[in-house]
Design a protein around this ligand. Structure first.
Ligand SMILES: [Zn+2]
Length: 419
């Protein structure tokens, strides 16, 4: 069998594996709370709060979609014309066009161009956040964050580009197989190291200070049977007033993180409710689920790129002979960008299902739906979340159930358990 035949077979195997993983690991059986309950919850929220949140989201919307559109157009413009290939050559020219320079500098140059052209939208977003009082950051801090994120992307990007094009040179016929394994490995590696290598670049993390709340949270984790070494507090207040918490990392790097803003804004019982949700993620191994599906998706993506990349018309448009040469990186980027936009609704749907399960976990663990609902109201109020966002936007990009869905879920739990 030819490498191409093996690639088709691998594609089929990875597709089945991804579908099986998503079918088995994502909680599909739990339907959202009835719409009537959601609308009742919406009526219970202060009209002024809802109006302000909707004004805020409405102000962010045009820039958000414009950034997506411009990002797509730039990716297509450099990927489906010889422009991108020329940019790669230009970046490598001071180094005599050496393939390492083409691969690393050329690749980073293409990524930088795409980033810079969407930069005005990011800046505009920051002005909206400031206008609504959600950002606590001046332009200095904002620029520092931006440069840090460029630096982090450049390091990860350079390693990935160098690794990829080295494999292509060493195994010109089988690079897709090593590339797929490498991409999957990179996703797993990043899940392990992001919390310890990347997150500290942007925030300082300190163990939650001793006191009744810490004792309560530790007891909660013990009761839940989830080994959590520590609850960390992130100094999120240096850039935002928004409140949040999350769990990240795998095995030895797993941690539950709460924003310092959450400790400041919410009552201890509400913080407990938030942490109970995060413990749900830990208990149900949601980071593993995300890592596994992400790794399968990445491997699948490499094989798809290899198969699509042998299509003559695409190569002719990009002015390259093979998808495997560094000058074809802009074409790869265009295909990846399109894939990201097309699969976004599926990723959001999976995320919402997983988040709803963590909510159910929090309700069962605390047995306190009233506080859970109060916490949801506070989250929406402080973060200026639209409690019941437009349907199309929800379906395309919402990573969490809406506030009214979460409130209705708490009420359904209260009804079922008589609390
Ligand atoms: Zn969550």
């Amino acid at each position: 069998m030819t490498p191409r035949g093996w690639a088709v077979l691998t594609l089929a195997g990875l597709t089945v594996a991804l579908l099986v993983a998503v079918a088995l690991l994502v909680p599909w059986h739990r339907p959202p709370a009835p719409r009537a309950d959601q609308l009742a919850a919406l009526r219970d929220l202060p009209a002024e709060q809802v109006a302000r949140a909707r004004a805020f989201r409405g102000a962010l919307r045009p820039g958000g979609w414009a950034a997506l559109a411009v990002g797509l157009l730039v990716a297509l413009a450099v990927g489906l014309t010889p422009l991108g290939g020329r940019l790669v050559e230009l970046a490598a020219r001071p180094f005599g066009g050496h393939w390492v320079a083409q691969a690393v500098l050329g690749g980073l140059a293409v990524l930088l161009v795409a980033d810079l052209l969407t930069l005005p939208f990011a800046a505009w977003r920051q002005t909206v956040l400031t206008r609504y009082g959600l950002s606590t950051q001046g332009w200095g801090g904002w620029t520092a964050d931006l440069l840090k994120s460029y630096a982090v992307s450049a390091v990860i990007g350079a390693l990935a580009l160098l690794g990829f094009y080295t494999v292509v040179r060493l195994a010109p016929r089988w690079w897709w197989a090593f590339g797929a394994a490498g991409a999957a490995g990179l996703v797993v590696l990043l899940s392990f190291v992001l919390p310890v290598l990347v997150e500290p670049v942007f925030n300082r993390f300190t163990p939650m200070e001793q006191g009744p709340l810490r004792t309560e949270l530790t007891a909660l984790a013990a009761r839940d049977g989830v080994p959590v070494r520590d609850v960390l507090v992130a100094d999120a207040s240096r850039r935002t007033r928004a409140v949040n918490a999350y769990v990240s990392g795998l095995g030895p790097t797993r941690r539950v993180v709460v924003y310092d803003t959450l400790l400041r804004e919410a009552t201890p019982a509400e913080v407990t409710s938030v942490v109970a949700h995060e413990l749900g993620h830990a208990k149900d191994r949601d980071v593993w689920t995300g890592t596994l599906t992400g790794a399968l998706g990445a491997a699948l993506g490499v094989v798809v790129l290899y198969l699509l990349g042998s299509a003559g018309p695409l190569l002719r448009l990009a002015g390259v002979d093979s998808i495997a040469e560094p000058r074809a990186f802009p074409l790869l980027l265009a295909l990846v960008t399109v894939a990201g936009l097309v699969t976004a609704p599926a990723q959001a749907l999976v995320s919402r299902r997983v988040e709803a399960r963590a909510d159910a976990h929090a309700l069962a663990l605390t047995g306190d739906p009233a506080t859970f609902e109060a916490m949801q109201r506070r989250l929406a109020g402080v973060n200026l979340a639209d409690p019941d966002p437009p349907r199309w936007e929800y379906l395309y990009s919402a990573s969490h159930p809406s506030t009214v869905e979460r409130m209705a879920a708490a009420r359904a739990y209260a009804r079922e358990t008589g609390r």
